[in-house]
Design a protein around this ligand. Structure first.
Ligand code: DCP
Ligand code: MG
Length: 361
């Protein structure tokens, strides 16, 4: 049929927070390739190119069907020359030579392995890589390596549910009116994750930090903590929101490795029971904001990362507002905008509400 008479495709927004992106990704073959390229650029400290491929991947994830021809891709936001060339190659031969080359590159493989260890950033990974694997294995082991096999294995929904039950019992034994919420990828409906993220708080203002330390104490008594990195709150109401996504929030939080017994998991552990231990180690993050900041924390920790980046970019560029995990500030009115639900925040931003399961940008 004549191209001019074919059904017009709805215009795709350049902001992930104006797109609905479920876990059903019709363009995985392209987005996987883009994520490898983004990672490779990140490893070479080329942040601009890295972000460009992450944005292009995010746009493709939001499409309702698979890209069949270059024409489908050309009018999309953030699809530049390089990403179009990669799509063209994949359409023609089923894979990208450039991506294949990266995947077989020793430095790439080693940095990826090192950085998958809990708590290891690019700088440290690079240092280890330069020293060589041999001297590294003789050196000090970071905590992540202690349970490396387990924590590099995906966490299933059933395992996340079981951990939710354990933490729920623990939290409510301490304070009956405490609030526990599952966030991160599992709240977005993902079947697997690299960790499990929870918000834990209490309506009693100022008591949330004590609640978190009490939860940690109790988990310790139950023999469930394999590793705990606790960060006390540095939250300061008088500071304006920081729209830079990479800045971490200031609430009390802890990065944990917990012991999860197979007997607690419906259908058993995910592929880890073979060695006969009957338990596995799981990465769990707990964050504890004051109740007043709960909605901002929930929105901030639900992700995806690309969705969060674009919420902040949209707020700043389109609304002259600053958004982070603590607050929303209107620069024109020079005031903080209060919110008790995520819906309130979308409304302040003049955005249609996007359900968590549609935030897999
Ligand atoms: N987050 C944050 N500040 C932190 C840690 C996380 O704002 N210190 C946000 C960014 C993510 C969300 O919380 O959007 C969850 O982080 P994860 O790294 O756990 O990512 P996901 O849960 O989306 O994916 P995965 O399945 O890999 O865990
Ligand atoms: Mg997570």
């Amino acid at each position: 049929p004549d191209a001019t008479t074919s059904t017009p495709v709805a215009k795709v927004s350049q902001y992930a927070c104006q797109r609905r992106t479920t876990t059903a990704n019709s363009n995985k073959i392209f987005t996987d390739a883009f994520e490898v390229l983004a990672e490779s650029y990140e490893f070479n400290e080329m942040e601009g190119q890295s972000l460009a491929f992450r944005r292009a991947a995010s746009v493709l994830r939001s499409l309702p069907s698979k890209i069949q021809s270059l024409r489908d891709a050309e009018s999309l936001p953030f699809l530049g020359k390089h990403s179009i060339a990669v799509i063209e190659e994949i359409l023609q031969c089923g894979f990208s030579m450039e991506v294949q080359k990266i995947l077989s590159n020793e430095r790439f493989k080693t940095l990826k392995l090192f950085m998958s260890v809990f708590g290891v950033g690019l700088k440290t990974a690079e240092k280890w890589y330069r020293k060589g694997l041999l001297s590294f294995t003789r050196g000090l082991f970071p905590t992540g390596f202690l349970h490396y096999g387990d924590i590099s294995r995906a966490v299933s929904k059933a395992e996340a549910q079981a951990l939710g039950n354990i933490i729920d019992e623990t939290v409510h034994a301490i304070t009956s009116d405490a609030l526990l919420t599952l966030t991160g990828g599992f709240r977005r409906g993902k079947d697997f994750g690299h960790d499990v993220d929870f918000i834990v708080t209490t309506p009693e203002m100022g008591k949330e930090e004590h609640l978190l330390t009490a939860v940690i104490e109790s988990l310790k008594h139950q023999g469930l903590i394999l590793y705990c990195d606790y960060r006390a709150s540095t939250f300061d109401m008088s500071r304006l929101p920081n729209h830079k996504f990479d800045a971490m929030d200031h609430f009390a939080k802890c990065f944990l490795i917990l012991r999860l017994d197979g007997s607690r998991v419906e259908g058993g552990l995910c592929g880890a029971e073979g060695d006969g231990r009957g338990w596995r180690a799981v990465r769990v993050d707990l964050v504890s904001p004051p109740m007043k900041q709960y909605a901002f924390t929930l929105l901030g920790w639900t992700g995806s990362k690309q969705f969060e980046r674009d919420l902040r970019r949209f707020a700043q560029k389109e609304r002259h507002m600053l958004l982070d995990n603590h607050a929303l500030y209107d620069k024109t009115k020079r005031e903080l905008l209060a919110a008790t639900t995520e819906q309130d925040i979308f409304a302040h931003l003049g955005l249609q509400y996007i359900e968590p399961c549609q935030r897999n940008a």
